[in-house]
Each structure stands twice: as structure tokens, then as C-alpha cells.
Design a protein around this ligand. Structure first.
Ligand code: F6R
Length: 254
């Protein structure tokens, strides 16, 4: 794992966008996360696109997850969220942005169909946020470390965390279709982003803890091409911060 520690959220976004830019200009298949963490990255990608430094025209993009029971057109769907925060502001066609069918009558069939789509396309670079409990996508603790796209019951803490986007906690869906940890692990390159003290424990477990389904993000330790970009607050519980800074300054890998 390459660990890059940045001063603040904005700097995390700039580094992530810089790393993604060559992939984007090569027409990569992108894996996108929703949530607040990637917003600074998306803002920087939009700026680079508007300044004509990057073009998404040849790219396609796959979302990690979608709520069950919510249609693409619902303002709270992850498909609309990614349109609002990224894809409607850049030069990618809507029909090149893919997400699980949250409103499919048979969620299990929708999960299988999405698994086939994602694995058929092959993600070149995947952006991930991390939950305070170590989840990536909606793979909550106890998820299979090699699992494929599935229907996941959300942890009550995840429901509570996401209630800020809904009128009340009762309206937050209780299930999601999410790429599994095995699906995510097939991406050729992965960027794990985190900002803020509330993510410090999860980052410490993911980066320095044992590989365990108790912290689903720890499976990334098994992946050959992961870059973790975090701010100082999210890095605050790591034991080896000085070493990670040294490796970056010495321009060494691993
Ligand atoms: C979103 C997703 C989630 C979030 C995680 C962190 O598509 O898959 O794993 O990345 O819940 O959310 P934020 O960034 O809002 O703290």
C-alpha cells in the first residue's frame, strides 16, 4: 500500500485527481464512490475537465452501490448523487455511467446482472471512501472477503450516518446492492480516501490491523496496487506515519 498523508480535505482531492488524470485521458473504466469523502476529488476533476486538461469522453464509469427500493431518478439515488456531484458537470455521456438497478423487482437478480456488467468491463481505477466501521462499498463487517455483488442489509450505524441526506432516519433504505469485496478487489488500481477524525480508527484498522472481515477495508492489504490518500486527522491513529511520509519523500514504493 502507498500511504499519502495530506494537510486537509482539499489537498486529498487534489492528489487523488492528479493520480486519476492519466487514467481518464486514456479512456479508463472508472469505479466511482458516492458519499462526502470523494467530493473534493470530484470538484478537482470537474475543474480539470473544464480547463480542458482532462477528458472523460472515452471513459465509462461504474458506481459501487445503490440503495434497494430507490429508482435512478430519485434524488436520493446514488445514480442521481453522482450526476449531481460529478457526471453532469463533465464530458461523459449518461449512458456510459452504470449503477445497480435499485428498483428492480428482484434485487438478487439485479445484483447478479450488475456483477456481470462490472466484471465484463473491468475497472481500471476504483475510488473508495470508508465507513467509520471499516466498510467499503456497503460491505459491512462480516462480509465475505471474496464476495461478489450482493444485496446487503445496512448496519444501523450506516443508516444513521446516511440519515443526513433524508428527511428522517425512517426514510433511509435498509438494504443496498453493493459490489462485493471480491468484485472491488478485481479493480486494477484502487484509491482509498478518508478525511476527518471520525475515520481515524477505521483507517488504522484497514492499513495496520489484521486482514479481517471485522474491518472489510483491510482486504485491500491483499491488493497489489492500492493508494491510500488521507488527511492528517484520518491519519491520526496510524502507528507508522513518519515512515509513510519518509517513503513518499524518498519517492519509494512500498
Ligand atoms: C458510497 C460507499 C460508502 C462510502 C462510505 C463513506 O458509495 O460505497 O462505502 O464511501 O460510507 O461515506 P462518506 O464519504 O460520506 O463518509
Amino acid at each position: 500500500m502507498r500511504i499519502l498523508i495530506r494537510k486537509n480535505n482539499e489537498a486529498v482531492g487534489q492528489s487523488a485527481a492528479q493520480l486519476m488524470s492519466p487514467f481518464i485521458n486514456r479512456g479508463a473504466t472508472l469505479g466511482l464512490a458516492t458519499g462526502s469523502t470523494p467530493l473534493s476529488t470530484y470538484a478537482e476533476l470537474i475543474r480539470l475537465n473544464q480547463d480542458a486538461e482532462i477528458s472523460f469522453q472515452q471513459c465509462q464509469a461504474f458506481l459501487l452501490d445503490e440503495y434497494v427500493g430507490i429508482s435512478r431518478t430519485d434524488p436520493n439515488s446514488y445514480y442521481q448523487t453522482i450526476r449531481d456531484t460529478l457526471t453532469s458537470h463533465i464530458d461523459i455521456a449518461d449512458d456510459r455511467v452504470f449503477s445497480p438497478a435499485g428498483d428492480h423487482g428482484d434485487s438478487f437478480a439485479a445484483a447478479q446482472a450488475y456483477e456481470n456488467q462490472v466484471s465484463g468491463a473491468g475497472v481500471d481505477i476504483q475510488i473508495l471512501g470508508i465507513g467509520a466501521n471499516g466498510h467499503i462499498g456497503f460491505n459491512e463487517p462480516s462480509s465475505s472477503l471474496s464476495g461478489l455483488t450482493k444485496v446487503q442489509a445496512l448496519h444501523p450505524k450506516t443508516v444513521a450516518d446516511n440519515a443526513r441526506f433524508f428527511a428522517s432516519e425512517n426514510e433511509v433504505p435498509t438494504h443496498a446492492i453493493t459490489q462485493g469485496l471480491g468484485t472491488i478487489s478485481r479493480a486494477k488500481n484502487i484509491l482509498l480516501l478518508a478525511v476527518g477524525e471520525s475515520k481515524a480508527q477505521a483507517i488504522a484498522q484497514a492499513v495496520e490491523g489484521p486482514v479481517s472481515a471485522s474491518c472489510p477495508a483491510s482486504i485491500l492489504q491483499m491488493h497489489p496496487a492500492v493508494t491510500v490518500i488521507i488527511d492528517e486527522a484520518a491519519a491520526s491513529r496510524l502507528d507508522n506515519v513518519e515512515y509513510y511520509r519518509h517513503v513518499e519523500q524518498a519517492n519509494l514504493n512500498e
